[in-house]
Design a protein around this ligand. Sequence first.
Ligand SMILES: [Fe+2]
Ligand SMILES: [Fe+2]
Length: 420
Amino acid sequence: MKNKNTVLVIAVFAILAAVLLAGCAPSAQEDEQITITMWFGRQEFVPHDQFARFHAENPNIRVEWDVIPLEQAHTDFLRNHAAGSAPDVVQIFQTPLTGHYNWDYSSADGRIRKLYRLGKELNWNAEMDVDWNRDFPRDQIPMDETFNPFNGWEPFESLSDDEKLRFSWHNLAWMLAQFMHGEQGALLVASQLASCAPTYDAKLYAASQTFDEARHVEVFTRYLQEKIGILYPVNDNLKALLDKILSDPRWDLKFIGMQIIIEGLALAAFNTLKMTAHDPLLKDIIHLVIRDEARHVTFGVNYLQDYVETLSEEELEDRAHFAYEACVVMRERLIATEVFEEFGWDVDQARKVTLDSQIMAQFRNLLFTRIMPNLRRIGLLTESVRPRFEKLGILQFENLGDDGEIDWAELSKPLYEQAS
Ligand SMILES: [Fe+2]
Ligand SMILES: [Fe+2]
């Protein structure tokens, strides 16, 4: 049930984020009785107070939960899934993470140590370094409409001007919410990398990245809550990729999935948003986040390049296919199905309009201009995956500039040179 699932995740998101934005988030139809089933890994993780408040405010939605010990969650989920009784939301993941001590404190890799140093030097604080006293008028379109694929499409054109304005704000809110959720994923993965990256330099760097990602989650959350007031749940495709990256035991796969694919795409998306967003405050925020992300991607490429050379052919193919699958999933993440549902559109039709739109196809491809050269650089564009990438229409970007050659001048620029 498509509608049910949307409502479920949105409702649960609202509960877990402790932000009950009644009237702001999309809501269930009043007369529809819905039960949400959830699993938690520990009794103390169950937000009883928030559930009680949610039930009082949403009498037609019932949340039922179970506590499943972390150790058996995976087996239980597979059994229940096969029996058709899997829960709607599982807020648990388990990972057989292999940690490494490293007792050799001499710096083996000057590039990684230098990136770590830059991470410390270029720190910023969203509470002090961003002027939040600016409010962009809600009666104005917040983004350049050039990329709206629905111009000329009847269900969109039949909306009133007010509804079109509301659509534009929802679209922006959806996009920023995916950034926010992606940043939380990055926070969790970076913290894993501090433990499982094998070298001392990489551990220090991963620790600094963890702090960067925490500030990114903070800044997007604050903007969405204070300036827009519309919260969307994590997109299924993004969540599936985060699940895979977080629960895979191989550290290099975490690097490939997060530093190369998700962050490479985010970096291109941030740059586009910085150009198309109209709110100067949002532009400043994106500018600051881009500075950090450029460093993260550079770290990923430089650290992986040497390691990938040591892989066997079978291991290499495994990583190359993972990178391809991740790119396919991330293309799907770019389709705002949850917004289509909010406006009562036929999701399949709206999805088709998005996919067929030339401007959106160009936009989607543009987002891979950072990923493809980096995959080539680290050796993951193997002969077996090249035809697949070609079919996606993104192999053509492989020879653009990559992040292997570090542009130290660019990465070292003063933080606020361009921010207002
Ligand atoms: Fe980030
Ligand atoms: Fe990042």
